[in-house]
Design a protein around this ligand. Structure first.
Ligand SMILES: [Zn+2]
Length: 275
């Protein structure tokens, strides 16, 4: 299986590859730039190549790059939408250096404009991003529905994808899905069946594997360490072994230090029956 965690980009690409190996990971995620949305560090092609080599030699799963969560693709402010679009294009042009890379973004918050308008704007930005013909696969993340967030229902995600007219995929976040009201603890088959009917499991390309501090259907986005939240280890075990999910790469975004990530990666491998 491919399991990894969120890593810091502060020391560059090769350093993340080495850190992943040290933690027992064989895939990982990082923020393309400071989550506050500042400038990206200068691109270092040699450093990127060094990571590609580590990834190839160790059969890594896809590199997952997360757009800054402060970007709001459906902001009412055209200037802010343009800023997000240009930054995403810059991120994606760099990802050409990595085979099979994935690029994940949050569909945004409508902030009073209404869900319909939010979905429209997010779909428009997705379609503009995809017109750049970048090699990385773009994924829309399922959200918890906090505040005026869109994308907390599978229906809204499906609509964003459809309206965008692109072949973008989806990243399922277990914490978000549970607090959005999809009962992946007591009825995982039901929740995934609904995903399949509304979006199509073929579109699902990655899983953010997180426990949740918040109760079921609370519309709160509070990630927790595996087994310490409301989802719990038994359900996590069913999630990582589910036939519809087990071929996908899993990325931890739990509140951990590196040692905590290493323990969770080992735990998930054990749940999968790996040595
Ligand atoms: Zn996530």
């Amino acid at each position: 299986m491919n399991i990894g965690c969120h890593l810091s980009f502060s020391k560059g690409y090769e350093a993340m590859g080495r850190e992943a190996l040290r933690l027992g990971a064989d895939c990982f995620q990082f923020f393309s730039r400071n989550p506050r949305g500042g400038a990206a560090r200068p691109f270092d092609a040699g450093d990127a190549l060094a990571l590609e080599k580590i990834a190839e030699e160790n059969s890594f799963g896809p590199l997952l790059v997360h757009a800054p969560y402060t970007f709001n693709p459906c902001s009412a402010d055209a200037g802010l939408r343009k800023f997000a679009l240009e930054a995403m294009k810059e991120d994606l042009s760099r990802l050409g250096a990595f085979k099979g890379a994935l690029y994940n973004f949050h569909p945004g918050s409508h902030v009073g404009q209404g869900v319909k308008r939010g979905v429209e704007l997010s779909a428009r930005l997705l379609s503009e991003v995809c017109s750049g013909n970048f090699s990385a696969k773009i994924l829309v993340e399922t959200m918890s529905g906090k505040g005026s967030e869109i994308g907390s229902t599978f229906g809204e995600i499906a609509e964003i994808l459809e309206k965008s007219g692109t072949d973008a995929g989806v990243c399922l976040d277990t914490c978000h899905a549970y607090s959005a009201g999809y009962d992946i603890v007591r009825d995982l088959d039901g929740a995934l069946g609904e995903f399949d009917r509304i979006i199509g499991l073929g579109k699902l390309k990655a899983v953010h594997l997180n426990d949740s501090m918040a109760p079921f259907n609370s519309k709160k986005d509070r990630h927790e360490k595996l087994g310490e939240g409301t989802i719990g280890l038994e359900a996590i075990g069913r999630i990582v072994n589910h036939p519809a999910l087990r071929e996908l790469p899993f990325y931890l975004e739990t509140p951990n230090d590196p040692a905590g990530y290493a323990r969770e990666i080992a735990l998930v491998r054990k749940m999968r029956g790996e040595p």
